[in-house]
Design a protein around this ligand. Structure first.
Ligand code: PLP
Length: 396
């Protein structure tokens, strides 16, 4: 049978980046003692008040079709929060609700780029970006992040990659997989490039609430690019609501209208009772989210100090997000072989760097998505594995 070209374009290595995770999960289901740290699925429960709000709304019969662009109360709550954090006043019409930031990005890409266009993406990059750009039929151009500067972006490198086909810059801060958080100066540099070359700046900000020692700066806090900046957010990470699939786009008015036209045939609007609960998430204080934040910091501190004391392993301290990228080249293995060996010999599943880009094939990504005691156990196992590799190479 014949398939549309999009099906072939999506059948790439990126589609199989989570192969180790799928395998590890099956082994765990079969009773093996495996610690899964290969996916960004937080272990925390959604705060109780939010879950209760969904139940109440469900019982109140909020089970009909909602507005295509999202419920007005939720769009307003997002616009208010956006104004509070970025200083940018946006109207409700500039907010479009999508099932997660992932779908939001997909919808934005379809509205902004097409075959013949180029999209600049700092690399390493989140695994799905490759498929998103491929799906739109555009060409992804990787722009290397500076490994030696904690994976920060040099806007001059971005500019060097611009051609007359470039249409869009796709940023992600705080960054998955490196934990880098872009500075205001770096974003200003990106804004200058975008203005000079008439480009869109789309920024995936799903980890906006999760920084440790530095502030998050939204791309929308740069007034000079207000007509060309797009922010993507969600409740998945900030409120441990991954499975609820509540995300959004904040965009200039014309793009927001195009997005509404697109989401009609794409997903037809999200469940009103989930969106009612999302309003509670955004408009009320939840002590659980503060506790979560504190815990992520403790987890980061424990894992980074342990990893950096292990033979052959090194990592830089993430400034945000819930991940760290571990350089395993000192063990003599690349990320792929290290990760599979660790799964077989240590029962810990980490994600090989391959899916994030060519510059980090010597790395593995560690997710801080388990309680401290489990992470400590995982570190013990990783250390034993790293020592076994050390003694192997000593005896070779
Ligand atoms: C950088 C990044 N963007 C988007 C997503 C997807 O987020 P959502 O659950 O809001 O679709 C993830 C999930 O891990 C992510 O790490």
């Amino acid at each position: 049978m014949k398939y549309a070209s999009i099906a072939n374009r999506l059948d790439t290595a990126a589609a199989y980046a989570w192969a180790i995770h799928d395998k590890a999960r099956k082994r765990q289901l079969n009773g093996e003692d495996i610690i899964l740290l290969s996916v960004g699925d937080p272990d925390f429960e959604t705060p109780q008040a939010i879950t209760q709000a969904a139940i109440d709304s469900l019982k109140a019969g909020r089970t009909h079709y909602g507005f295509f662009a999202g419920e007005p109360a939720l769009r307003q709550a997002i616009a208010d929060r956006h104004a509070e954090f970025t200083g940018q006043i946006v109207s409700v019409d500039q907010v479009v609700i999508c099932p997660g930031a992932q779908n939001a990005l997909y919808a934005v890409a379809l509205c902004l780029v097409e075959p013949g266009d180029e999209v600049l993406v700092p690399e390493p990059r989140y695994v799905t970006y490759e498929s998103v750009v491929d799906a739109a039929g555009a060409t992804r151009i990787d722009v290397p992040l500076d490994v030696d500067r904690g994976f920060h972006l040099d806007p001059a490198k971005l500019e060097a990659a611009v051609t007359d086909r470039t249409r869009m810059i796709l940023l992600n801060t705080p960054h998955n997989p490196t934990g880098m958080v872009m500075t205001r100066e770096e974003l200003d540099g990106v804004a200058q490039v975008a203005l000079r070359h008439d480009l869109w700046v789309v920024c995936d900000e799903v980890y906006a609430d999760l920084t440790f020692d530095v502030p998050h700066t939204s791309v929308c806090s740069l007034p000079q690019i207000a007509d060309r900046s797009v922010s993507l957010g969600s409740l998945s990470k900030s409120h441990a609501m991954q499975g609820w699939r509540i995300g959004w786009v904040i965009a200039p008015p014309d793009l927001a209208q195009h997005l509404v036209n697109l989401v009609k045939p794409m997903h037809y609007g999200l469940s009103p009772f989930l969106q009612d609960a999302a309003v509670v998430a955004l408009t009320e204080q939840h002590p659980e989210t503060e506790a979560m934040h504190r815990e992520y910091r403790e987890r980061r501190d424990l894992v980074c100090s342990r990893i950096n004391a292990m033979p052959g392993l090194a990592c830089s301290w993430p400034e945000g997000s819930m991940f760290l990228l571990v350089d395993v080249r000192g063990t003599g293995l690349d990320g792929e072989n290290f990760a599979w060996g660790l799964l077989d010999h240590g029962g810990v599943s980490l994600l090989p760097g391959t899916g994030f880009g060519a510059s980090v094939t010597g790395h593995v990504r560690f997710s801080l998505t388990m309680p401290i005691a489990v992470l400590a156990d995982a570190c013990d196992r990783i250390e034993r594995y790293a020592r076994s590799l050390e003694s192997l190479s000593a005896s070779a």
